[in-house]
Ligand binder design. Structure first.
Ligand SMILES: *Cc1c(COP(=O)(O)O)cnc(C)c1O
Length: 360
Protein backbone atom coordinates (compact mmCIF):
# COMPACT_ATOMS: atom_id res chain seq x y z
CA UNK A 1 0.00 0.00 0.00
CA UNK A 2 1.45 3.34 -1.07
CA UNK A 3 -0.11 6.34 0.63
CA UNK A 4 0.83 9.78 -0.66
CA UNK A 5 1.55 12.85 1.43
CA UNK A 6 -1.57 14.87 0.75
CA UNK A 7 -1.12 18.63 1.27
CA UNK A 8 -4.70 19.44 0.24
CA UNK A 9 -6.48 22.35 1.94
CA UNK A 10 -9.60 20.21 2.26
CA UNK A 11 -10.87 17.59 2.18
CA UNK A 12 -7.53 16.60 3.58
CA UNK A 13 -5.53 13.87 5.27
CA UNK A 14 -7.08 11.95 8.14
CA UNK A 15 -4.98 10.21 10.80
CA UNK A 16 -4.01 6.76 9.53
CA UNK A 17 -4.89 5.25 12.92
CA UNK A 18 -8.46 6.60 12.64
CA UNK A 19 -8.84 5.23 9.11
CA UNK A 20 -7.58 1.84 10.21
CA UNK A 21 -10.03 1.75 13.11
CA UNK A 22 -12.87 2.62 10.71
CA UNK A 23 -11.71 -0.14 8.38
CA UNK A 24 -11.69 -2.64 11.20
CA UNK A 25 -15.21 -1.63 12.28
CA UNK A 26 -16.56 -1.22 8.77
CA UNK A 27 -18.73 -4.31 8.39
CA UNK A 28 -19.62 -4.87 12.00
CA UNK A 29 -19.48 -1.88 14.33
CA UNK A 30 -18.86 -3.19 17.84
CA UNK A 31 -20.97 -6.29 17.46
CA UNK A 32 -24.00 -4.45 16.06
CA UNK A 33 -23.76 -6.49 12.86
CA UNK A 34 -23.84 -3.37 10.69
CA UNK A 35 -21.67 -0.50 9.61
CA UNK A 36 -22.18 3.02 10.95
CA UNK A 37 -23.20 3.98 7.40
CA UNK A 38 -26.23 1.71 7.67
CA UNK A 39 -27.56 2.21 11.16
CA UNK A 40 -30.54 4.30 12.27
CA UNK A 41 -29.61 7.72 13.60
CA UNK A 42 -32.23 7.10 16.31
CA UNK A 43 -30.60 3.88 17.50
CA UNK A 44 -28.88 3.53 20.86
CA UNK A 45 -25.64 2.52 19.18
CA UNK A 46 -25.52 5.75 17.13
CA UNK A 47 -26.66 7.83 20.06
CA UNK A 48 -23.60 6.63 21.96
CA UNK A 49 -21.39 7.73 19.04
CA UNK A 50 -22.74 11.29 18.78
CA UNK A 51 -22.76 11.74 22.57
CA UNK A 52 -19.16 10.53 22.81
CA UNK A 53 -18.13 12.89 19.99
CA UNK A 54 -19.70 15.82 21.84
CA UNK A 55 -18.14 14.83 25.12
CA UNK A 56 -14.67 14.53 23.54
CA UNK A 57 -15.09 17.97 21.98
CA UNK A 58 -15.98 19.42 25.36
CA UNK A 59 -13.03 17.73 27.03
CA UNK A 60 -10.40 18.56 24.40
CA UNK A 61 -11.46 22.18 23.90
CA UNK A 62 -12.40 22.79 27.52
CA UNK A 63 -15.87 23.99 26.50
CA UNK A 64 -17.86 25.47 29.39
CA UNK A 65 -21.30 24.06 30.26
CA UNK A 66 -23.14 27.17 29.04
CA UNK A 67 -22.11 26.44 25.44
CA UNK A 68 -23.94 24.11 23.05
CA UNK A 69 -21.97 21.84 20.71
CA UNK A 70 -23.93 21.32 17.51
CA UNK A 71 -23.37 18.96 14.60
CA UNK A 72 -24.74 20.66 11.49
CA UNK A 73 -24.74 20.38 7.72
CA UNK A 74 -24.50 22.69 4.73
CA UNK A 75 -20.81 23.36 5.16
CA UNK A 76 -19.28 26.49 6.62
CA UNK A 77 -20.95 28.28 3.73
CA UNK A 78 -24.48 27.61 5.05
CA UNK A 79 -23.47 29.24 8.34
CA UNK A 80 -22.65 32.43 6.41
CA UNK A 81 -26.46 32.82 6.08
CA UNK A 82 -27.41 31.21 9.38
CA UNK A 83 -25.27 33.60 11.44
CA UNK A 84 -27.05 36.83 10.37
CA UNK A 85 -30.45 35.08 10.45
CA UNK A 86 -29.89 33.89 14.02
CA UNK A 87 -27.91 36.76 15.48
CA UNK A 88 -28.54 40.02 13.57
CA UNK A 89 -31.55 40.44 15.74
CA UNK A 90 -31.26 43.54 17.92
CA UNK A 91 -29.96 46.54 15.99
CA UNK A 92 -29.79 44.79 12.66
CA UNK A 93 -26.07 45.57 12.46
CA UNK A 94 -22.92 43.46 12.35
CA UNK A 95 -19.20 44.20 11.98
CA UNK A 96 -17.05 42.02 9.72
CA UNK A 97 -13.25 41.92 9.45
CA UNK A 98 -12.31 40.97 5.91
CA UNK A 99 -9.19 38.80 5.83
CA UNK A 100 -9.85 36.74 2.72
CA UNK A 101 -12.36 35.12 0.44
CA UNK A 102 -14.21 33.21 3.19
CA UNK A 103 -14.66 36.27 5.40
CA UNK A 104 -15.79 38.25 2.38
CA UNK A 105 -18.33 35.64 1.38
CA UNK A 106 -19.74 35.63 4.92
CA UNK A 107 -19.87 39.44 4.82
CA UNK A 108 -21.67 39.51 1.47
CA UNK A 109 -24.22 37.02 2.72
CA UNK A 110 -24.86 39.09 5.87
CA UNK A 111 -25.49 42.19 3.75
CA UNK A 112 -28.59 40.48 2.40
CA UNK A 113 -30.13 40.53 5.86
CA UNK A 114 -29.07 43.79 7.41
CA UNK A 115 -26.49 46.48 7.93
CA UNK A 116 -23.24 44.53 7.72
CA UNK A 117 -20.15 46.74 7.85
CA UNK A 118 -16.55 45.94 6.90
CA UNK A 119 -14.56 47.22 9.88
CA UNK A 120 -11.17 46.47 8.34
CA UNK A 121 -9.76 44.58 5.39
CA UNK A 122 -6.39 43.30 4.23
CA UNK A 123 -7.46 43.10 0.61
CA UNK A 124 -5.03 45.95 -0.21
CA UNK A 125 -2.12 43.48 0.16
CA UNK A 126 -3.82 40.36 -1.20
CA UNK A 127 -4.77 39.32 2.34
CA UNK A 128 -1.16 38.62 3.32
CA UNK A 129 -1.63 40.09 6.80
CA UNK A 130 -4.20 40.39 9.59
CA UNK A 131 -5.44 43.95 10.29
CA UNK A 132 -5.04 45.17 13.86
CA UNK A 133 -8.53 45.88 15.12
CA UNK A 134 -9.15 47.41 18.54
CA UNK A 135 -12.27 47.95 20.61
CA UNK A 136 -12.49 51.52 19.32
CA UNK A 137 -13.00 50.25 15.76
CA UNK A 138 -16.03 48.19 16.75
CA UNK A 139 -19.55 49.62 16.58
CA UNK A 140 -20.90 49.10 20.13
CA UNK A 141 -24.35 48.78 18.55
CA UNK A 142 -23.31 45.85 16.36
CA UNK A 143 -25.16 42.63 17.13
CA UNK A 144 -21.92 40.72 16.65
CA UNK A 145 -18.39 40.91 15.23
CA UNK A 146 -17.36 38.29 12.69
CA UNK A 147 -13.85 37.04 11.96
CA UNK A 148 -12.25 34.21 10.02
CA UNK A 149 -9.56 33.00 12.42
CA UNK A 150 -7.33 31.12 9.98
CA UNK A 151 -7.37 32.09 6.33
CA UNK A 152 -6.99 28.87 4.43
CA UNK A 153 -6.19 30.36 1.02
CA UNK A 154 -3.70 33.05 2.09
CA UNK A 155 -2.04 31.30 5.02
CA UNK A 156 -2.72 33.88 7.72
CA UNK A 157 -3.98 33.42 11.25
CA UNK A 158 -5.01 35.96 13.89
CA UNK A 159 -2.09 36.30 16.31
CA UNK A 160 -4.59 37.82 18.75
CA UNK A 161 -8.26 37.52 19.65
CA UNK A 162 -9.93 40.87 18.91
CA UNK A 163 -11.28 42.67 21.96
CA UNK A 164 -14.85 43.52 21.00
CA UNK A 165 -16.00 44.69 24.43
CA UNK A 166 -19.59 43.63 25.03
CA UNK A 167 -20.25 42.82 21.39
CA UNK A 168 -20.38 39.04 20.81
CA UNK A 169 -17.48 37.66 18.76
CA UNK A 170 -18.08 34.94 16.18
CA UNK A 171 -15.24 33.06 14.46
CA UNK A 172 -14.97 30.71 11.52
CA UNK A 173 -12.25 28.29 12.64
CA UNK A 174 -12.69 25.78 9.78
CA UNK A 175 -9.01 25.46 8.98
CA UNK A 176 -7.57 25.76 12.51
CA UNK A 177 -10.15 23.77 14.49
CA UNK A 178 -8.39 21.63 17.13
CA UNK A 179 -4.95 22.64 15.86
CA UNK A 180 -4.11 24.27 19.20
CA UNK A 181 -5.93 25.24 22.42
CA UNK A 182 -8.50 28.02 22.01
CA UNK A 183 -10.16 30.02 24.78
CA UNK A 184 -13.79 29.42 23.83
CA UNK A 185 -15.01 31.84 26.50
CA UNK A 186 -13.72 34.76 24.40
CA UNK A 187 -16.30 33.89 21.74
CA UNK A 188 -20.08 33.78 21.44
CA UNK A 189 -19.70 31.20 18.69
CA UNK A 190 -16.91 29.31 16.95
CA UNK A 191 -17.65 26.98 14.11
CA UNK A 192 -16.02 25.19 11.25
CA UNK A 193 -16.42 22.70 8.47
CA UNK A 194 -15.00 19.30 9.43
CA UNK A 195 -13.25 18.50 6.16
CA UNK A 196 -10.11 20.51 6.99
CA UNK A 197 -8.96 19.11 10.30
CA UNK A 198 -11.62 16.89 11.84
CA UNK A 199 -13.43 14.44 9.59
CA UNK A 200 -14.58 13.79 6.03
CA UNK A 201 -16.76 16.46 4.36
CA UNK A 202 -20.43 16.83 5.28
CA UNK A 203 -20.25 18.10 8.84
CA UNK A 204 -20.03 21.48 10.55
CA UNK A 205 -19.33 21.73 14.25
CA UNK A 206 -20.67 24.85 15.96
CA UNK A 207 -19.99 25.82 19.56
CA UNK A 208 -22.50 28.46 20.62
CA UNK A 209 -23.04 30.26 23.94
CA UNK A 210 -26.56 29.52 25.11
CA UNK A 211 -27.63 33.12 25.69
CA UNK A 212 -27.19 33.74 21.95
CA UNK A 213 -29.97 31.29 21.09
CA UNK A 214 -33.68 31.85 20.71
CA UNK A 215 -33.88 35.14 18.81
CA UNK A 216 -33.65 33.99 15.20
CA UNK A 217 -35.70 35.85 12.64
CA UNK A 218 -39.09 34.38 11.79
CA UNK A 219 -37.99 33.72 8.20
CA UNK A 220 -35.01 31.59 9.31
CA UNK A 221 -35.19 28.20 7.60
CA UNK A 222 -35.76 25.54 10.26
CA UNK A 223 -32.55 23.74 9.33
CA UNK A 224 -30.55 26.95 9.87
CA UNK A 225 -32.16 27.76 13.21
CA UNK A 226 -29.54 27.04 15.86
CA UNK A 227 -32.09 26.96 18.69
CA UNK A 228 -34.10 24.25 16.94
CA UNK A 229 -30.93 22.27 16.24
CA UNK A 230 -29.81 22.67 19.85
CA UNK A 231 -33.20 21.62 21.27
CA UNK A 232 -33.10 18.52 19.06
CA UNK A 233 -29.53 17.64 20.16
CA UNK A 234 -28.42 17.94 16.50
CA UNK A 235 -30.94 15.25 15.52
CA UNK A 236 -33.70 17.41 14.09
CA UNK A 237 -33.27 15.46 10.86
CA UNK A 238 -30.87 12.74 9.73
CA UNK A 239 -27.35 13.88 10.57
CA UNK A 240 -24.24 12.77 8.61
CA UNK A 241 -23.83 9.68 10.82
CA UNK A 242 -20.68 8.31 9.23
CA UNK A 243 -18.91 11.67 9.33
CA UNK A 244 -19.81 12.14 12.99
CA UNK A 245 -18.39 8.68 13.68
CA UNK A 246 -15.15 9.57 11.87
CA UNK A 247 -15.06 12.80 13.85
CA UNK A 248 -15.25 10.75 17.06
CA UNK A 249 -12.32 8.58 15.92
CA UNK A 250 -10.23 11.66 15.12
CA UNK A 251 -11.03 13.17 18.52
CA UNK A 252 -9.96 9.93 20.19
CA UNK A 253 -6.73 10.09 18.20
CA UNK A 254 -6.11 13.66 19.39
CA UNK A 255 -6.70 12.58 22.97
CA UNK A 256 -4.28 9.67 22.58
CA UNK A 257 -1.69 12.09 21.21
CA UNK A 258 -1.91 14.06 24.45
CA UNK A 259 -4.58 16.65 23.63
CA UNK A 260 -4.37 20.08 22.05
CA UNK A 261 -1.17 21.24 23.79
CA UNK A 262 0.70 18.27 22.34
CA UNK A 263 -0.97 18.71 18.95
CA UNK A 264 0.05 22.38 18.94
CA UNK A 265 3.65 21.55 19.75
CA UNK A 266 3.76 19.12 16.86
CA UNK A 267 2.09 21.63 14.52
CA UNK A 268 4.65 24.30 15.42
CA UNK A 269 7.47 21.87 14.66
CA UNK A 270 5.99 21.04 11.27
CA UNK A 271 5.27 24.64 10.30
CA UNK A 272 8.74 25.78 11.40
CA UNK A 273 10.40 23.17 9.19
CA UNK A 274 8.91 25.06 6.25
CA UNK A 275 9.19 28.61 7.57
CA UNK A 276 12.84 28.11 8.60
CA UNK A 277 13.60 26.68 5.19
CA UNK A 278 12.10 29.76 3.46
CA UNK A 279 14.52 31.92 5.50
CA UNK A 280 17.56 30.11 4.09
CA UNK A 281 16.21 29.33 0.60
CA UNK A 282 17.15 31.56 -2.32
CA UNK A 283 14.30 30.14 -4.41
CA UNK A 284 11.26 29.61 -2.18
CA UNK A 285 9.66 32.44 -0.23
CA UNK A 286 6.64 32.92 1.99
CA UNK A 287 4.46 35.86 0.89
CA UNK A 288 2.84 36.15 4.33
CA UNK A 289 3.50 38.76 7.03
CA UNK A 290 5.66 36.96 9.58
CA UNK A 291 3.66 37.50 12.76
CA UNK A 292 0.39 36.50 11.07
CA UNK A 293 1.54 33.18 9.63
CA UNK A 294 -0.73 30.16 9.83
CA UNK A 295 0.36 26.87 11.37
CA UNK A 296 -1.98 24.97 9.05
CA UNK A 297 -1.86 26.48 5.56
CA UNK A 298 1.53 27.54 4.28
CA UNK A 299 1.69 29.28 0.89
CA UNK A 300 5.02 29.77 -0.89
CA UNK A 301 6.28 31.05 -4.23
CA UNK A 302 9.38 31.05 -6.39
CA UNK A 303 8.39 34.28 -8.10
CA UNK A 304 8.30 32.53 -11.49
CA UNK A 305 4.97 30.98 -12.53
CA UNK A 306 6.61 28.48 -14.90
CA UNK A 307 8.99 27.31 -12.19
CA UNK A 308 6.05 27.03 -9.76
CA UNK A 309 4.25 24.79 -12.26
CA UNK A 310 7.38 22.67 -12.75
CA UNK A 311 7.75 22.29 -9.00
CA UNK A 312 4.13 21.21 -8.53
CA UNK A 313 4.43 18.69 -11.34
CA UNK A 314 7.65 17.12 -10.04
CA UNK A 315 6.41 17.11 -6.45
CA UNK A 316 3.24 15.31 -7.49
CA UNK A 317 5.27 12.67 -9.30
CA UNK A 318 7.32 12.21 -6.11
CA UNK A 319 4.21 11.58 -3.97
CA UNK A 320 3.61 15.09 -2.55
CA UNK A 321 0.16 15.90 -3.86
CA UNK A 322 -2.15 18.94 -3.93
CA UNK A 323 0.62 21.51 -3.50
CA UNK A 324 -0.78 23.88 -6.10
CA UNK A 325 -1.87 27.19 -4.58
CA UNK A 326 -5.50 28.27 -4.66
CA UNK A 327 -6.62 29.27 -8.15
CA UNK A 328 -7.08 32.88 -7.03
CA UNK A 329 -3.51 33.37 -5.75
CA UNK A 330 -1.26 30.94 -7.66
CA UNK A 331 2.07 29.68 -6.36
CA UNK A 332 2.09 26.75 -3.97
CA UNK A 333 0.46 25.95 -0.66
CA UNK A 334 1.22 23.16 1.77
CA UNK A 335 -1.68 22.47 4.10
CA UNK A 336 -0.21 20.67 7.09
CA UNK A 337 -3.21 19.84 9.24
CA UNK A 338 -3.01 17.72 12.39
CA UNK A 339 -2.98 14.44 10.46
CA UNK A 340 0.07 15.31 8.32
CA UNK A 341 2.94 13.38 9.91
CA UNK A 342 6.19 15.26 10.56
CA UNK A 343 8.00 12.90 8.13
CA UNK A 344 5.75 14.25 5.36
CA UNK A 345 7.02 17.78 5.97
CA UNK A 346 10.64 16.68 6.45
CA UNK A 347 10.54 14.83 3.14
CA UNK A 348 8.87 17.75 1.40
CA UNK A 349 11.59 20.13 2.59
CA UNK A 350 14.28 17.69 1.44
CA UNK A 351 12.55 17.52 -1.93
CA UNK A 352 12.43 21.33 -2.14
CA UNK A 353 16.15 21.53 -1.39
CA UNK A 354 16.89 19.12 -4.25
CA UNK A 355 14.62 21.08 -6.56
CA UNK A 356 16.38 24.31 -5.62
CA UNK A 357 19.79 22.81 -6.39
CA UNK A 358 18.63 21.44 -9.73
CA UNK A 359 17.03 24.73 -10.75
CA UNK A 360 19.53 27.26 -9.41
C1 LIG B 1 -13.08 25.64 3.44
C2 LIG B 1 -13.49 26.84 4.18
C3 LIG B 1 -14.81 27.33 4.12
C4 LIG B 1 -15.86 26.73 3.23
O1 LIG B 1 -16.27 25.53 3.72
P1 LIG B 1 -17.47 24.69 3.07
O2 LIG B 1 -17.65 23.62 4.08
O3 LIG B 1 -16.99 24.20 1.74
O4 LIG B 1 -18.64 25.59 2.95
C5 LIG B 1 -15.14 28.41 4.92
N1 LIG B 1 -14.23 28.98 5.73
C6 LIG B 1 -12.96 28.55 5.80
C7 LIG B 1 -12.00 29.22 6.71
C8 LIG B 1 -12.56 27.46 5.04
O5 LIG B 1 -11.28 27.02 5.12
Amino acid sequence: MARVYNFSAGPSMLPLEALEKAQKDLLDYQGSGQSVMEMSHRSKVFDDIIKEAESLFRELMNIPGNYKVLFLQGGASAQFSAIPLNFMNKNNKADYIITGVWAKKAFQEAKKYGDARAVASSEDKVYTYIPKVTKEDIDPEADYVYICMNNTIYGTKYPYIPDTGDVPLIADVSSCFLSEPLDVTKFAMVYGGAQKNIAPAGLVVAIIREDMLGNARDITPTMLNYKIQADADSLYNTPPCWTIYMCKLVLEWIKEKGGLEAIKENNIKKANLLYDFFEESKLFKSPVNKEDRSLMNIPFVTGDADLDAKFVKEATAAGFINLKGHRTVGGMRASVYNAMPIEGVEKLVAFMKEFEKANA
